[in-house]
Design a protein around this ligand. Structure first.
Ligand SMILES: [Zn+2]
Length: 370
């Protein structure tokens, strides 16, 4: 009897899920592209790209890396010189709405506060937020270097940093009419520095989890979702995944310290590492993210579908889907896509070929409901 009830309950839950999602959405809920927001002069071309490429390919999620490419009103000092206006953003929002594409704006929080020789706008204007003020920006950036400088971080325990960054987050949510925000948070190498008066000696997993939780809570209070990259939550040593796509700086225990409704973007670019089940088993929704190797992307898609097929109903939708990442500007990607410039990556592979291969396979899944 108990078994029968359980079976009926499971069937009922299954049909509710089926009702909620039909067609391709039921097969692969998230079909994403993560790319830099276009420069103002390329907004119209990008809108054509949304209409002519993304919508027909059934892309339904667009993570746009905005960072300081927006004319913030709360902190105009943080705008890039050339930045998107409110009108530009509203055009993007309208184009995405035509194709039911969900836009998730991104601003890198915690890490990625510098790139190569350039300090990001936040630390340029608020040097007191720098986790490692003793590290000078190099004239000619090289990796590796004596400072272990990849990107600067802000100090998550600085008492004033959140007033500034949350004002920007709230502006992005409003102007993009978004129900989710992407905080980046990948490759945070500078964290809990021995010379930071606030962080020195603290547990790095707790520092990382504290910052994720703080951002999550700020968003949850407005009924908005937090998306982050997953690398800091994986143990780079035990998995063999290393210091980039996983953590060698002791942050990985944060996986058990952060809220379960944070959406994890699990990126692996050169191999289809089987880490999605780890996140899903812990209770997180996980989106697998390829970049430049087409075979890796199609293999990751196969795995994602396999996990969805075999998972219990409670777990199935935590295997949320796939998101292609593009690590060039939007204009470069559009030029590459249309064959105006080469898209071959000097390190091997090709982000356009990967995007096309992934969405060609996704297109084959779009069978009418039986
Ligand atoms: Zn600090």
């Amino acid at each position: 009897m108990k078994k029968a009830i359980l079976f009926l309950t499971a069937t009922f839950l299954f049909s509710v899920t089926s009702l909620a999602q039909t067609g391709l959405d039921a097969v692969l809920p998230v079909r994403g592209l993560a790319i830099a927001a276009p420069q103002p002069e390329h907004v119209d071309e990008f809108i054509d790209f949304i209409r002519e490429v993304l919508i027909p390919l059934k892309v339904n999620t667009l993570v746009l890396r905005v960072d300081y490419n927006y004319q913030y009103e709360s902190h105009p000092e943080l705008r890039n010189e050339d930045a998107l206006s409110k009108a530009d953003v509203k055009k993007l929002v309208a184009a995405c709405r035509e194709g039911n594409i969900r836009i998730i704006p991104q601003l890198n929080l915690l890490g990625h506060q510098s790139w190569a020789e350039s300090l990001g706008n936040l630390l340029q204007h608020y040097p007191e937020f720098d986790e490692t003020p003793q590290v000078d920006m190099p004239e000619d950036y090289q990796w590796p270097n004596d400072d272990g400088l990849y990107c600067k971080s802000y100090c998550p325990l600085h008492p004033d940093v959140h007033d500034v960054v949350f004002a920007l987050v709230d502006e992005l949510l409003e102007v993009f009419e978004a129900d989710a925000f992407h905080a980046g948070m990948d490759e945070v190498f500078y964290l809990g520095d021995d010379r930071c008066p606030r962080c020195a000696g603290r547990d790095k997993a707790e520092l990382f989890a504290g910052e994720v939780t703080r951002i999550h809570n700020h968003l949850a209070a407005q009924n908005k979702e937090l998306w982050i990259w997953g690398d800091r939550l994986l143990d780079g040593k035990t998995t063999g995944l290393g210091m980039w796509e996983a953590s060698m700086n002791q942050t990985y225990r944060a996986i058990d310290l952060i809220p379960k409704d944070v959406v994890i973007n699990d990126w692996h670019y050169t191999r289809a590492a089987p880490t999605a089940p780890y996140f899903a088993t812990k209770g997180f929704r996980v989106v697998t993210c390829p970049w430049r190797i087409a075979d890796v992307a199609t293999e990751q898609l196969k795995q994602m579908l396999l996990y969805r097929e075999h998972a219990p109903p409670e777990m199935k939708d935590r295997f949320a889907g796939m998101m292609q990442t593009v690590w060039s500007g939007a204009k470069t990607f559009m030029d590459q896509y249309h064959g105006r410039i080469s898209s071959e990556n000097p390190r091997g592979g090709d982000q356009v070929a990967t995007f096309k291969a992934l969405f060609e396979e996704i297109g084959k899944l779009d069978v009418p409901d039986r």
